[in-house]
Ligand binder design. Structure first.
Ligand SMILES: [Zn+2]
Length: 156
């Protein structure tokens, strides 16, 4: 694993332990070149998912993007980080078990909204207001940048 600080390729694993109720392995890594420390997570990936945008473009599914958008929606909400991890793993597991490798971005948004609605109403409204206002709903980077705390329809 390449060091994110200096680019050195040969980093060392200092510690490995189960995380998220044994859904993942958390590894503490150390870079002998610059002394940097960082953490990686190892997770089961049942299949390689591809997101189909509404303009037909294909993009590899990115769990980090999904996680980012959900964490922003849940910012300052009284939800335990562990619970958020479980929720994200649950969404990914659901996507992976749908039987299709190609998943429309719209469908991912719907599943996220459905899940948030069960966990936290405020986060759901935050996510949904941006999502529904965002016509194409397929450029996740743009989506995430719009989904910032305090953003409302009235601001646009
Ligand atoms: Zn380094």
């Amino acid at each position: 694993m390449r060091c994110p600080f200096c680019g050195h390729i040969d980093t060392q694993v200092k510690d490995s332990r189960p995380a998220e109720e044994h859904v993942s392995i958390r590894r503490r890594r150390f870079c002998p070149a610059c002394g940097g420390r960082f953490t990686t997570y190892e997770r089961v990936q049942l299949r390689d998912l591809v997101v189909i945008k509404s303009n037909g473009r294909r993009e590899d599914f990115d769990r980090d993007k999904l996680e980012r958008s959900i964490r922003i929606a849940l910012q300052k909400r009284p939800i335990e980080p562990e619970r958020v991890d479980q929720m994200i793993s649950g969404i990914v597991r659901r996507l992976e078990s749908m039987g299709e490798t190609d998943i429309p971005s719209k469908q991912i948004g719907e599943i996220v909204m459905e899940t948030l609605a069960r966990i936290d109403t405020v986060a759901y409204v935050r996510f949904a207001s941006v999502y529904k206002n965002f016509q194409a709903a397929d450029d996740f980077d743009k989506f995430v940048s719009e989904l910032r705390p305090g953003a409302t329809l009235a601001e646009k």
